[in-house]
Design a protein around this ligand. Structure first.
Ligand code: COA
Length: 177
């Protein structure tokens, strides 16, 4: 039996630690990003790239990126807007990309990566009120809606979840799978 992907850690640019070239999710742009752009984005401070890896191996089973972002207060629904001060922009975290290797899909890893992203964002010292996600297509958006994320009315592939909602979601508990 092969080891499960239980290590969640920052991407290393060393192939001996993380084999970026061997990652295949079935979504070419997401595979290409990991191969060619991710390490550079980390160095430049544009994104934090976290991978799910197998203990004792350089295989990457999945990854996600987190960056600082902001959301226009007017884009949020009244239910959330009403509880926030009228700053104009609301501090947010952007889950820019998330992908699971084809051979690891359908085994709960996508949910674990999402849970890890929420947990890391929550533990950071930054203030933020919403986590936003840019989904590549409607199939990906439906994955995030499954966990309670909402589409922005003007842009259905852009989703958000409030910090309070996300922390309370039983579907995002790390011990789920
Ligand atoms: C979308 C993706 C991240 C899902 O990861 P995964 O590991 O296969 O998903 P999981 O096994 O963790 O599924 C968790 C739950 O979501 C459901 N789910 C999975 N994909 C779904 C989808 N596209 N729509 C709705 N629900 C979905 C599962 O059925 C499961 O439900 P359950 O808890 O009731 O059993 C993965 O298929 C992937 O990387 N696809 C290619 C890249 C991509 O499209 N990324 C998103 C781009 S923004």
């Amino acid at each position: 039996m092969t080891a499960p992907c239980l290590i969640f850690e920052q991407l290393s640019s060393e192939a001996a630690t993380h084999d970026r070239a061997g990652f295949i999710s079935g979504e070419a742009a997401l595979d290409q990003y990991l191969k060619t752009q991710a390490s550079q984005d980390m160095r430049r401070g544009l994104a934090n790239v976290v991978v799910a890896a197998k203990p004792g191996s350089n295989e990457i089973c999945g990854y996600y990126t987190l960056s600082a972002a902001s959301v226009d207060l007017t884009d949020l629904p009244e239910s959330l807007r009403g509880k926030l001060p009228r700053y104009g922009q609301v501090p947010a975290v952007l889950l820019g990309r998330l992908a699971v290797a084809q051979k690891a899909q359908g085994q709960g890893l996508g949910a674990l990566l999402l849970a890890d992203a929420v947990k890391r964002a929550d533990r950071s010292e930054l203030g933020w009120a919403a986590l936003t996600i840019k989904a590549k297509h409607d199939k990906a958006a439906s994955f995030y809606r499954r966990f309670g994320f909402h589409s922005f009315p003007h842009e259905p592939l852009l989703l958000w979840g409030s910090r309070r909602e996300l922390k309370a979601l039983p579907g995002l508990r790390r011990d789920r799978a």
